[in-house]
Design a protein around this ligand. Structure first.
Ligand SMILES: [Zn+2]
Length: 296
């Protein structure tokens, strides 16, 4: 059987899957906001599940950030207490075995490729948009993490400029200006709505207003789709996936699914764009299922 752990900023989730990928049990715990507490939580969850089911399992961990190939430490994680720490090695020492550890967006993409929305496709790009914009690439059910461990970080490419742009280029936390993330993330969405209308609203509320037929919000959502297509066209022109599976808050934006391909045609280098842009199948469980799938 396979255990997966998803290290979130506030919750740590664990799952145990049988050989066929069926969920046997799932547990959530608060994430301690310190390094040793995080290690304790991971090991407690693994020990609890193995004791209960009396079987030694493979262990996969989905973590924010990525393992640096130079130092074997986590870099760029938004749970800052794990940054610059040898997380994989320390868990292995405590559990006394090899484990798998991958970036959480890669785990999401793997889960959706393995037995989720992207199951029929050879190349699957998983996109997670919430407070940030991330992504993961899976080819033939194998994560491609890249030479620098940054495959899929399309959120920090520059947004291509259009002729009628009215939005301002905002600073990104990465130090650049006008990154795709500053347009497409939840906070970016709300900031640009403020730029246009001088009204401060949460992305979720703007989306709800659009769904209820508010013209201003709906027009804004369609402008967003145009930016979304510009961003995704950069991904498609390089890796040309069969499926792009959406996760995070943006996957609930229902206007995407019927309209994005027409927008993509404007920006992708091809007269036809048959890429399937799909809602995820496993919802919030995708990350933890993907972590468990690392050992499948
Ligand atoms: Zn950036």
């Amino acid at each position: 059987m396979h255990i997966g752990i998803d290290l979130g900023g506030t919750k740590t989730e664990s799952i145990i899957l049988d050989k066929a990928g069926k969920e046997i049990e799932r547990i959530r715990k608060d994430t301690p906001k310190n390094y040793n507490g995080t290690l304790d939580t991971v090991c407690e969850l693994v020990n609890y599940l193995e004791d209960k089911y009396k079987i030694k399992c493979s262990v996969g961990v989905g973590s924010p950030g990525a393992l640096s190939k130079e130092t074997n430490c986590i870099k760029g994680g938004n749970s800052t207490w794990i940054n610059d720490r040898p997380l994989k090695k320390d868990i292995e020492l405590r559990l006394n075995r090899k484990i798998f550890l991958e970036n959480d967006a890669n785990c999401f993409a793997l889960s959706e490729s393995y037995d989720g929305a992207g199951i029929n496709h050879e190349i699957v790009f998983g996109v997670i948009i919430g407070t940030g914009v991330g992504g993961g690439l899976v080819i033939n059910n194998k994560i491609v993490s890249g030479f620098n461990n940054i495959t899929g970080e399309w959120g920090h490419n520059q947004m291509a400029e259009g002729s009628n742009d009215k939005w301002n280029r905002h600073d990104c936390y990465c130090g650049k200006k006008g990154c795709i993330e500053t347009y497409l993330s939840g906070p970016g969405f709300s900031k640009h709505f403020f730029d246009l209308h001088n009204i401060q609203l949460d992305a979720k509320i703007i989306q709800e207003n659009a769904n209820n037929g508010d013209e201003k919000s709906l027009e804004f959502v369609f402008q967003y789709l145009d930016y979304f297509a510009r961003g995704l066209s950069q991904v498609i022109n390089i890796i040309d996936p069969g499926a792009i599976v959406l996760g995070g808050g943006v996957s609930n934006m229902k206007q995407i699914y019927g309209n994005i391909n027409a927008k993509l045609k404007k920006y992708v280098f091809s007269d036809t764009v048959n890429t399937e842009v799909l809602k995820n199948k496993h919802g919030d469980s995708s990350g933890v299922r993907g972590a468990a799938s690392l050992g499948r």
